[in-house]
Design a protein around this ligand. Structure first.
Ligand SMILES: Nc1nc2c(ncn2[C@@H]2O[C@H](COP(=O)(O)OP(=O)(O)OP(=O)(O)O)[C@@H](O)[C@H]2O)c(=O)[nH]1
Ligand SMILES: [Mg+2]
Length: 262
């Protein structure tokens, strides 16, 4: 609990048996609830997380690329009871010890979403290629959405539960990460803040990331989302279409009533 706000932490995990214990040991006391969402792990992630007192949910769904990151996060966030829901990866690369400061920042500025921003990076914990990829996606999102994203792919964010309930999140794979930020932006532009965080090397376990595949997938997702969901012209076109339909319907009714009068 911080300033009367209940805090939930949601951690998506797949085969993180080697890192989850050291992460769970570091969870600060003000976190009221820890939810680990395990997605088809073949190692001891489930048992270890449970033994450290986390509530562990099992999620089986995977997207077309065999990733269940988004499904797991959506499941965990939906189950969370906190007023503020914090999410971060289970591989120990995000700073558990900076959650408290990020929450204070969120409350003080009255924000609904805080994105943990890893850039400029304080060490070389992310390869140059990945940093450049994130930069390109930041630029893309900023051009289309008019908001200067610093880290559109950050795996750490804090969200107000009432804002979360308004979002219609659909992504099951890696795209949940840009989706949640863009959906929040559309719902509450003034309610978004970015908070600089540290980022660490992955100590154990293999990366599940296929960076070229994921990168292109994000690039296409951001553009298509803008074009088909968020772009103002889309809603304008919908309004015009419904007006045209209405007029066509009226024309038919008038035609029939005039014919009857003849
Ligand atoms: N529940 C669930 N979690 C996943 C899945 N894939 C990855 N994760 C978790 O999502 C978080 C981020 O995955 P990572 O593999 O660290 O991806 P990354 O941070 O982009 O890349 P690396 O740190 O280099 O591996 C970690 O906690 C993973 O365990 C999945 O299919 N289901
Ligand atoms: Mg990672």
């Amino acid at each position: 609990m911080i300033q009367n706000k209940k805090i939930s932490l949601v951690i998506p995990c797949r085969n993180e048996a080697k890192s989850i214990a050291s992460l769970l040991k570091k969870i600060p006391r003000f976190i009221d609830e820890v939810i680990v969402v395990d997605n088809r792990s073949t190692d001891d992630t489930y048992t270890i997380a449970k033994s450290y007192g986390a509530r562990v949910l099992k999620e089986n769904r995977l997207d077309g690329f065999g990733i269940g990151y988004g499904y797991a996060l959506r499941r965990g966030m939906a189950a969370a009871k906190g007023d503020i829901i914090v999410s971060l990866d289970g591989d120990g690369t995000y700073p558990v010890n900076q959650i408290g400061r990020a929450i204070s920042f969120m409350i003080k500025k009255n924000l609904s979403l805080v994105i943990g921003n890893r850039f400029p990076i304080n060490n070389q914990a992310i390869s140059f290629l990945r940093q450049y990829g994130v930069w390109i996606l930041n630029q893309e999102a900023s051009i289309f959405y008019g908001y200067e994203f610093k880290d559109i792919l950050s795996g750490m964010w804090l969200i107000n539960r009432s804002l979360l309930r308004q979002l219609n999140l659909k992504q099951g794979g890696w795209n949940l990460s840009p989706e949640i930020k863009l959906a929040c932006l559309q719902a509450s532009r003034k309610g978004i803040g970015q908070f600089h965080i540290d980022h660490y090397y992955r100590d154990f376990g293999a990366s599940k990331q296929k960076i070229w595949q994921t990168g292109v997938n994000h690039l296409v997702y951001i553009f298509l989302r803008w074009l088909t969901v968020d772009q103002p012209l889309t809603s304008l076109a919908q309004t015009w279409l419904s007006r045209i339909n209405l007029r066509l319907a009226r024309a038919l009714v008038t035609y029939h009533s005039l014919r009857r009068e003849l």
